[in-house]
Design a protein around this ligand. Structure first.
Ligand SMILES: [Zn+2]
Length: 349
């Protein structure tokens, strides 16, 4: 009789759970040189607004497990100070939450506060300022609101037809177009959006609807007092490598300036929007360094050996792991096993 996928998962857990035991993960850290993990979270679930995301219960259970197994839960700021100063990073685990949505304050942050675990929200300053809403949310909104059953997007000379005959098709196709837009230039993406609004006959409200709203600066200041910190993540969340040199420089500098103006103790660590290797480069890392920030975090998975990331340029591109609401996968990352696997698969250091 063949095993079901869930049977296989259970066995995998039984066989591999000891890897996260303190002794074993120290040994793994010795083998791999890995002793720190930065996790990246996005939205938290808000069922009443149909927002899918991390479950606060699952995140809480994972934090409890990490505490029980004596992982070293430290802040992003502390991680970068230790990296810079060459201090050991034994079993350090760091949490970052990207963009600054309202659910980060109302759903996510309280879980981290409850478990006395530092977390850093990488904030898009123009979003918190109420000047923009995030561009992929606009695409989502247009696809959800249009009365049309078919929609053609025009992006960089290409016509992409979409069928919108079910709520699921609307969601999937808006995600598909957002992915394509990630690789478009800023001007092509803006032109695509303007055209899409006309084609869809949808008017975009000036402020994002509740499901796409940011947290407020007042909330951010209250959270700071509870151990939740904030780091810069641009003003408008463009793909920096696809913008002009001037815009790229000012997105980094001005977002850092806004955080310093609004908050008590912002974290001097920049977070690159989207964060894939092609989304930022030497130009952005040089700007981060020039501004005197401690470094930067990317959005991609990589083999992370702290000793290789103590100085520029590497301290300006510290890798992060996407966080899944799954204790096993988190322990695998935090123990260094996922990083070792990345090395064996040929990810660059
Ligand atoms: Zn982001």
């Amino acid at each position: 009789m063949s095993q079901s996928p869930s049977d296989r998962q259970s066995w995998k857990r039984v066989l591999l759970a000891p890897l996260a035991a303190p002794g074993v993960s120290r040994m793994l850290a010795g083998l791999t040189g890995t002793s720190a993990t930065v996790f990246m979270l996005h939205r938290f679930a808000v069922p009443e607004l149909s927002i899918e995301g991390h479950s606060p219960e699952a995140v809480g259970a994972i934090l409890a497990e990490l505490r029980k197994r004596r992982f070293n839960l430290i802040s992003l700021h502390e991680l970068f100070r230790k990296l810079r100063d060459g201090e050991p990073l034994n079993r350090a685990v760091v949490f970052t939450i990207d963009d600054g949505y309202f659910d980060h304050a109302s759903v996510g942050a309280p879980v981290f506060v409850e478990y006395d675990c530092p977390a850093t929200i990488c904030a898009v300053s123009g979003f918190l300022d109420g000047k923009i809403w995030l561009w992929w949310d606009q695409i989502n909104y247009v696809f959800a609101q249009t009365r049309r059953k078919e929609l053609t997007a025009r992006l960089a000379g290409h016509e992409i037809p979409y069928t919108l005959d079910s709520p699921q098709a609307r969601r999937q196709n808006s995600t598909a177009l957002s992915f394509l837009c990630q690789d478009a230039s800023q001007s092509d993406r803006l032109a695509c959006m303007a055209d899409l609004l006309r084609e869809a006959d949808v008017e975009l409200p000036a402020a994002p609807p509740p499901e796409f709203a940011p947290l407020t600066w007042d909330e951010a200041r209250r959270l700071e007092k509870k151990g939740i910190s904030f780091g810069p993540h641009t003003i408008t969340h463009p793909i920096l490598s696809r913008t002009s040199a001037e815009q790229s420089a000012s997105e980094i500098e001005e977002s850092w300036a806004r955080l310093r103006a609004e908050l008590q103790d912002p974290v001097p660590v920049f977070c690159y929007p989207h964060g894939r290797r092609r989304d930022y480069g030497d130009r952005e890392m040089a700007q981060v360094h020039r501004l005197g920030l401690l470094g930067g975090v990317s959005g991609h998975f990589d083999f992370f050996r702290p000793q290789l990331y103590r100085e520029p340029p590497n301290i300006c591109r510290v890798p992060r792991f996407g966080f899944q609401d799954d204790t096993y996968s988190v322990l695998q990352c935090a123990s260094g096993l996922a990083s070792l696997k990345a090395k064996l698969r040929g990810y660059r250091a």
